[in-house]
Design a protein. Sequence first.
Length: 375
Amino acid sequence: MNEVVGNIEQERQDVYNALVGLDAFGFWLVQADMEPAEPPVREKPHVWRFAEFEPLLHRAAEIVPHELADRRGIILRNPGCDPTRPSTTNTQYCAYSIYNPGEVFTPHIHSAAASRMLLESDGKGYTNVEGEKCYLERGDLIITPGGTWHDHGNEGNEPMIWVDMLDIPVSILFNAAKFGWDYKENGVKMDRQSTTRSHLYSKRHFGVGGIRPRFAQTRLGNDTGSPQLHWKYEDVRSVLDATRDETGDPYDGIIVDYVNVMDGGPVQKTQNFSMQLIRPGEHTLSHRHTNSTVYVCIEGSGATIINGKKYDWTENDVFCVPSYHWHEHVNANAKEDAVIYSVSDAPALEKLGLFWEERKTSSGSIVTSGNTISS
Ligand SMILES: [Fe+2]
Ligand SMILES: [Fe+2]
């Protein structure tokens, strides 16, 4: 062992400087950051109020031609996120998008998983995913799995507004973000995909639980995920209604997940989609988990208490619960239902072995568990 001579602080500094010169550093200098007792979460709870965005969306639709905005989305930036990489949570981009009557947005493809939740239209706005032309009505969910061609348009007479949820931050994290725009059919570049599967094709083939036509095509583009692309709100709402007298989930009320008919799991590899009914007067218990979640209020109004602070929300508002924040949902209205849609990154965390959850019981004690998906 070499004998330390002179000023030991100076000796340490010399070692640090030498390591920096070798593109390295001493673990002991960053140990506290690398071994936190709890997840260090940069993102903040937040509500984006639709009433504040709606006039800006319509103004953008008037003055931002779609030639300038290849998809006219307004990305909702979390106030705590890395300003050099704005996103809604650590793993998701959420945006309000508006499409004018008659607009056609050209086909593109990307590695990121994407989805749309329809807020407003006259039923003639669409997404075409790998040839299935899906016309959306309020509350409908369309998924665009990574590696599938898709294009958007509005054949109606009213603007179409939806909420996009994409896992772009995940693909950026893995240095796997990739887009393509050169869509061709038979070698000819096209400004839209031909419709090869009619409206609600995938719902007809995969949308009834426990039944699947043997001849149904289950693979779309480069994706190996859910072959069902379109879920109607009326179907989801009917399940919420049919189960509303059950006890439900103590942390989420009457909640349903959209599932991949092929394996019963989440419909996207990195995103879990849910719809939940918070019944009149219901106040759920509190839990926290390492997945982060973005919500959209579809019906009614209510509040979510996040780390002790109350965040009110009403129809079309978007709000987020960042990773490992205690949260509980409240519907204080004695008569009206509250229905909230949510997208979480729980499937990605589970696959990576990073899912962790703590639950408060009705007596206030804390139970730690893992390996279950929660919104
Ligand atoms: Fe896209
Ligand atoms: Fe939760």
